[in-house]
Write a protein that binds this ligand. Structure first.
Ligand SMILES: [Zn+2]
Ligand SMILES: [Zn+2]
Length: 744
């Protein structure tokens, strides 16, 4: 029970003493002993509240609909019709606040807003045993009570966080309905990459290039030159105009997404020299807040109620050294580049503890701070992962730190994340409830006879993620987390659950998890086959993933958002496998499969070309060995290394390939490369870590002795994932020789 939660025991109950609470009967024998009183001019949400209450009361009674009793004894008062101004006043502390009062003569359900009145109805139904454990019919629990009785009570409910949003829940209406039942809502943190909106380059860049960032000596419209007073004035005027046109009162004021910040002398003079440890760039937080404060002052001279928003992100993630933000400026801590596998408070992960420090520091200087977390492993194809213990720690921590609200990016996938969405939503309302009790209730009600093995399944998955000493983004570490032993254990629990869940809806709920497990298993087979150059098998596993992913997408309600699942599979993982298969089938032949380990040399000052690191005459005896496809840069201690890395490997090509065309193919390089074979410069490419690239090396290959393949990889951009260098398998292949032209 939290401090802001005020619970009153009704006087009538206190007086009844040892007899305990009185109960009020709403339904017996299919008859409604109540009448409903609605406000005179009801809002749409208040009408919905009445309809939902009546619909669920009938279902609790085990009926399609209820008949009216001859002499109804109870009045249910909804919204403004609920007669208790003292409780209404207490609930008004939050726009989502509501009260429930049950006396022998009346049930009163009312919120600060009509939506909060609907929350009151759902809250009462939960007290009667209803649950909405995921969107749609499949997630709904409505016990058959027959007789519906309420204890007398008087409760005011206020959320622990004014703003509770899981961003991008998949699938329209069912998700929207579920969000209402889970009391998600409140003010929405506005989009905050805003400089293009405040000082549009279309309008000003041509006539006033000096309003924009000086980068390498030129004015470019990537970001603003915020030390220019004219820029401050235009930004303030834009906000004043937008407010007057739309009535909006909360505006994004943060930089555009991406880098390219102003290097002019006056802008740089506002930096303190504090360096962001992740990007290695100078922190621009102080210069940004100088700008934001100046804009706020000009806006407030006209409209003092306006608030501002920005993301604590990129090289303005560090707290300021000197400038205190105006209280109307609201940051959302959005550490996209930090590890997203682990949670705060996990000693395995320094990055999440840095995140926790950031929240502590920002909440010291800003009255309102939002958490814009990332509750999925960024850019992954939505494989099963259980983040429950992470949020069971982070949400109460945020409560203690004074966080105002959440706008969490989720890529929510009900098949792959199990109880996560339910637990997050419940904790966002009441952060200090017992998460273990919440989970016990979830497993018991959702899985029925299969509760025990399914609890084992999800809990083990959570432990595997929490204890995995890897921090790379996307699905790179999935094969490290889900070892063969882990897969065996998980399969055993799924089989036990399958055996126990013989009836619906439990069988279907276990089936959903089993399909997500099949999706995971296909991913693991795809990676294993790709890394063994068994491209036909890898391709079959890719096709199975697409099939299961499509099924999860088409399920009603959707178990996985297309954008977050199959689309990311296709974007990040499919091209390599498809090309690998095409280049080794249909007469095309695999000539040589490169090993996982390469000789490597780190070249932060980029002198290797002058020193001819690509030459066979340069000895690489003192170079280090790095893995390529089996371990990421992050796994090998190079998480935030930006710069050049040289890779060399010696290969021998059998003489029978002489006369055939030979192609050097890379499954993925992050992010640009130059290639030499035996001192011969072959070519270069720009890529992104997951697009395969290839070079014709026919002219450079020798058959009588070993060939030295040398790759200079440059990785300069922070890509948020912790990858770099050669990231995927490398091979030499030979295209099928052209058929000799047929004779006429
Ligand atoms: Zn400037
Ligand atoms: Zn981590």
């Amino acid at each position: 029970m939290t401090l802001r939660r005020l619970v009153f025991i009704a006087l009538v109950l206190t007086l009844s003493g040892l007899a305990g609470a009185e109960s009020v009967t709403l339904v017996t024998g299919g008859r409604a002993h109540y009448t409903v009183r609605t406000p005179e001019d009801p809002d749409e949400m208040e009408l919905k509240a009445v309809a939902e209450l009546e619909r669920y009361l009938a279902r609790l009674a085990g009926r399609e609909a209820l008949e009216a009793a001859e002499t109804p004894s109870v009045t249910i008062e909804i919204g403004d019709a609920a007669d208790n101004d003292i409780l209404r006043e207490r609930a008004s502390a939050d726009q989502s606040g509501f009260f429930i009062e049950v006396t022998p003569a009346a049930v009163r359900l009312a919120g600060t807003t009509p939506t909060a009145t609907l929350y009151a109805v759902y809250d009462l139904l939960e007290r009667l045993g209803c649950r909405w454990l995921m969107p749609g019919q499949i997630g709904e629990i409505v016990p058959a009570l027959g007789t519906v009785r309420l204890e007398t009570m008087s409760v005011v409910e206020l959320p622990d966080f004014a703003s509770r949003h899981l961003q991008a829940l998949p699938g329209g209406e069912a998700s929207d309905e579920w969000a209402l039942k889970m009391k998600l809502g409140g003010p929405t943190f506005p989009g905050s990459h805003s400089w293009n909106r405040l000082v549009p380059p279309d309008e000003y860049y041509e006539t006033h290039p000096e309003y924009y960032a000086m980068v390498d000596g030129e004015r470019v419209p990537t970001q603003l030159c915020t030390s220019n007073p004219a820029v401050v004035a235009i930004a303030a005027q834009s906000i004043i105009r937008m407010h007057e046109e739309t009535g909006e009162t909360w505006f994004g004021i943060g930089p555009n997404d991406g880098g390219g910040f102003c290097e002019c002398e006056s802008c740089r003079a506002l930096d303190t020299g504090d360096t962001d440890p992740l990007t290695g760039e100078v922190s621009i937080t102080d210069r940004f807040l100088t700008f934001a404060n100046a804009v706020a002052a000009q806006v407030h001279a006209v409209h003092p109620q306006i608030k501002f928003a920005f993301y604590v992100y990129h090289n303005y993630m560090r707290p300021p050294k000197k400038v205190i933000p105006d209280p109307s400026i609201v940051p959302a801590v959005a550490p996209i580049s930090l590890c997203r596998l682990h949670g705060m408070g996990n000693s395995i992960c320094p990055e999440r503890n840095y995140h926790q420090w950031l929240i502590r520091e920002w909440t010291k200087i800003c009255p309102e701070v939002y958490h814009r977390g990332y509750s999925y492993n960024l850019a992954g194809p939505n494989l099963p992962l259980n983040y429950v213990s992470r949020w069971a720690y982070e949400i109460p921590f945020c409560k203690r730190a004074g966080i105002t609200g959440f706008r969490v990016e989720t890529q929510m996938s009900w098949a792959n994340y199990g109880p996560l969405g339910y637990v997050m939503a419940k904790l966002m309302w009441d952060a200090e409830q017992d998460s273990h009790a919440l989970l016990d209730d979830y497993y018991t009600k959702f899985y029925g006879p299969a509760a025990e093995p399914m609890q084992q399944y999800w809990t083990y998955m959570d432990r595997l993620r929490r204890n995995a000493p890897y921090h790379t983004g996307n699905a790179v570490n999935i094969p490290d987390i889900y070892t063969p032993k882990a897969i065996d254990d998980l399969s055993r629990w799924l089989r036990a659950a399958h055996d126990r869940a013989r009836t619906e809806p439990y069988a279907e709920r276990v089936h959903i998890a089993a399909e997500s497990f099949r999706y995971l298993h296909a991913f693991l087979r795809m990676r294993e086959a790709a890394e063994e150059f068994e491209w036909g098998e890898a391709r079959a596993a890719l096709d199975e993933m697409r099939e299961v992913g499509q099924w999860m997408h088409d399920y009603d309600p959707p178990l996985m958002e297309q954008h977050g699942g199959v689309a990311r599979l296709n974007r990040f993982w499919a091209r390599e496998v498809e090309q690998g298969q095409e280049r080794t089938h249909g007469g095309n032949k695999l000539v040589h499969a490169f090993g996982d380990s390469w000789r490597t040399f780190m070249d932060p000052t980029d002198i290797g070309e002058d020193l001819r690191y690509f030459s066979p005459r340069t000895d690489d005896g003192a170079w280090k060995t790095l893995k390529t496809y089996s371990q990421s840069w992050s796994d090998q201690g190079l998480r935030y290394y930006k710069g050049v890395m040289w890779y060399r490997q010696t290969v021998s090509i059998a003489p029978h390939w002489a006369g055939r065309r030979l192609m050097l193919w890379f499954g993925g390089i992050d992010e640009s490369a130059k290639v030499w074979v035996n001192d011969t410069y072959i070519g270069e490419c720009e890529t992104n870590g997951w697009e395969p690239v290839e070079f014709d090396i026919t002219h450079a290959v020798r058959f009588e002795r070993d060939n030295l393949v040398c790759v200079k990889v440059t990785n300069n951009r922070l890509n948020e994932l912790g990858t770099g260098g050669i990231t995927r398998p490398v091979m030499v292949w030979s295209p099928k020789p052209a058929e000799p032209a047929a004779e006429e």
